[in-house]
Design a protein around this ligand. Structure first.
Ligand SMILES: Nc1ncnc2c1ncn2[C@@H]1O[C@H](COP(=O)(O)OP(=O)(O)OP(=O)(O)O)[C@@H](O)[C@H]1O
Length: 222
């Protein structure tokens, strides 16, 4: 169970506005953030990841405090149990697929977990290739696998599929849903794609100009 209550002043294209999001995320939930460009969705994910500091509020995950403005707590990104995938492929180009995953493995951890993850996402046959030789979909599959190497409590996905063609996109959506279920993940996805939101989400938060304007099941919202 995750509790999130954050405020942050942002400077948007039409002047400053306040981002304010308050919600609880259940363990195992698949939550999607939906809303127009510039609404503050990426900022929410960055604050969950510890890459942006809220002005005020509190983030707690299973009794562990990640952020608390009153107590002055701001846990560093590497101390938060998170995995992240963004739209741009952020793989190390000079390492193999396997190398990218092993690099993310905590010191002393058994590499058999890397094999397991590679198998789950269907990358075993590509494990010795460098990312430059892979298609966009394959690269995102590697990025997803790498995000899962540390068995994160929270998986953060910022439009990871928006650069892919429809077929590849569908396939990766299925993979993400399967991994989410098999690993018991709690996942927060940003998506602009209405079909994707409907297919993936247990719950949708609609954010406009920093405000949470609607939330609920996708079929009730659209
Ligand atoms: N550190 C910051 N301080 C102030 N304003 C910021 C900061 N970072 C981003 N912003 C502004 O906040 C606004 C919201 O950005 P954000 O990327 O969170 O929106 P978004 O909903 O994810 O949009 P998109 O869908 O286009 O990615 C933007 O106008 C951006 O310029």
């Amino acid at each position: 169970m995750m509790e999130l209550d954050i405020k942050k002043k942002l400077s948007g294209a039409n002047g400053p506005f306040e981002l304010r999001v308050q919600t609880e995320i259940k363990k195992g939930e698949f939550l999607t953030l939906y809303g127009p460009s510039g609404a503050g969705k990426t900022s929410v994910i960055r604050m969950l990841a510890g890459l942006m500091k809220p002005d005020q509020g509190r983030i707690s995950v299973n009794e562990q405090l990640w952020f608390d403005s009153v107590q002055g707590v701001h846990l560093k990104t590497r101390l938060r149990s998170i995995g992240m995938v963004f739209q741009e492929y952020s793989l190390f180009p000079n390492m193999t697929v396997r190398g990218n995953l092993v690099f993310a493995l905590p010191k002393g951890e058994n590499e058999s977990w890397v094999d397991h993850i590679l198998g789950m996402v269907g990358l075993l046959s590509l494990q010795d290739k460098k990312p430059g030789l892979l298609s966009g979909g394959q690269k995102q599959r590697v990025a997803l696998a790498r995000a899962l190497v540390r068995k994160p409590q929270l998986l953060l996905l910022d439009e990871p599929l928006s650069a892919l063609d429809t077929a590849m996109r569908n396939k990766l959506q299925d993979d993400i849903l399967q991994l989410h279920a098999e690993l018991g993940l709690t996942t927060v996805l940003i998506s602009h794609d209405y079909h994707e939101v409907k297919k993936m989400s247990d719950r949708v938060l609609v954010i406009e100009e920093g405000q949470l304007v609607k939330q609920g099941k996708a079929e009730d919202i659209f």
